[in-house]
Design a protein around this ligand. Structure first.
Ligand SMILES: NC(=O)c1ccc[n+]([C@@H]2O[C@H](COP(=O)([O-])OP(=O)(O)OC[C@H]3O[C@@H](n4cnc5c(N)ncnc54)[C@H](OP(=O)(O)O)[C@@H]3O)[C@@H](O)[C@H]2O)c1
Length: 219
């Protein structure tokens, strides 16, 4: 009986905590509100929604999409979906082993999928620079148009302890913001060179709102 009361007490404390209200209640509420807004916008006469068109795939021009963090989660799901749509999917990941695994997985489902994997660590400027050169070289060697059509900045981490990148930035800031910014800046000429409209998709999270000592961190 005492144990049950203790557990109940702990549960009550959790329900009264800021974390519970922020993550379980407010987060769910904002998610439902977003879905509701999406639904109403789609069904109203004044629609500001731009539906994504299927890519134009031809013998001479196969759209190229670069996905960071393509070895798991949302990145892997995007890689599966885009390869099904006919994109040449460039998978970017940290681990060569995980990259081979996802390539095999996609090939098992779609034998004729167009895939190319690059090992890149977004925490390292050198790795990003090397990737840009390798990507350009690969496009040239494959006799493809020197452009990309889609860049999905998806890779991200939720670091629970503070560690630094080779350049001395916080790892989470390096991976989630600085790395994708540098990558986008370096790949911009390839995106702009696209003969069809190109697009950049940034996948992010509002977890940054939990940051309490941001000013302290910046100083
Ligand atoms: N899942 C959610 O509920 C959720 C909610 C809000 C926002 N998001 C955002 O959605 C994105 C994807 O989330 P997810 O849940 O699919 O994540 P995930 O399954 O943990 O996948 C993250 C991917 O990023 C890669 N990655 C991490 N650090 C990297 C680095 N330094 N260089 C290159 N690649 C790196 C990982 O590779 P390794 O396997 O080598 O680590 C992995 O492939 C993230 O930006 C996240 O902030 C997710």
């Amino acid at each position: 009986m005492v144990a049950i009361m203790r557990e109940l007490g702990k549960a009550m404390c959790f329900v009264c905590s800021v974390e519970f209200w922020r993550m379980a209640v407010l987060w769910t509420f904002s998610l439902l509100t977003s879905y509701w807004q999406l639904y109403t916008t789609r069904h109203s006469s004044k629609s500001y929604c731009f539906p994504r068109c299927k890519p134009q795939v031809s013998q001479t021009m196969r759209p190229v999409s670069v996905i960071t963090g393509a070895t798991s989660g949302l990145g892997a799901a995007a890689a599966h979906a885009l390869s099904r749509e006919g994109f040449y999917v460039v998978l970017v990941g940290r681990s060569s082993c995980l990259l081979s695994k996802i390539v095999t997985e996609i090939k098992t489902q779609k034998e004729d999928a167009y895939l190319k994997a690059f090992q890149v660590d977004l925490m390292s400027f050198q790795s990003i620079l090397d990737f840009k050169s390798s990507l350009q070289q690969w496009l040239l060697n494959s006799e493809m148009h020197l452009s990309i059509q889609l860049l999905i900045n998806n890779a991200g981490i939720l670091a629970t302890s503070s560690r630094l990148t080779p350049e001395g930035y916080d790892e989470m800031l390096g991976t989630n913001y600085i790395g994708p910014f540098c990558l986008t800046k370096l790949l911009l000429p390839l995106l702009k060179n696209s003969p069809i409209p190109s697009r950049i998709v940034n996948v992010t999270s509002f977890t940054h709102r939990s940051c309490k000592n941001y000013t302290e961190f910046c100083t």
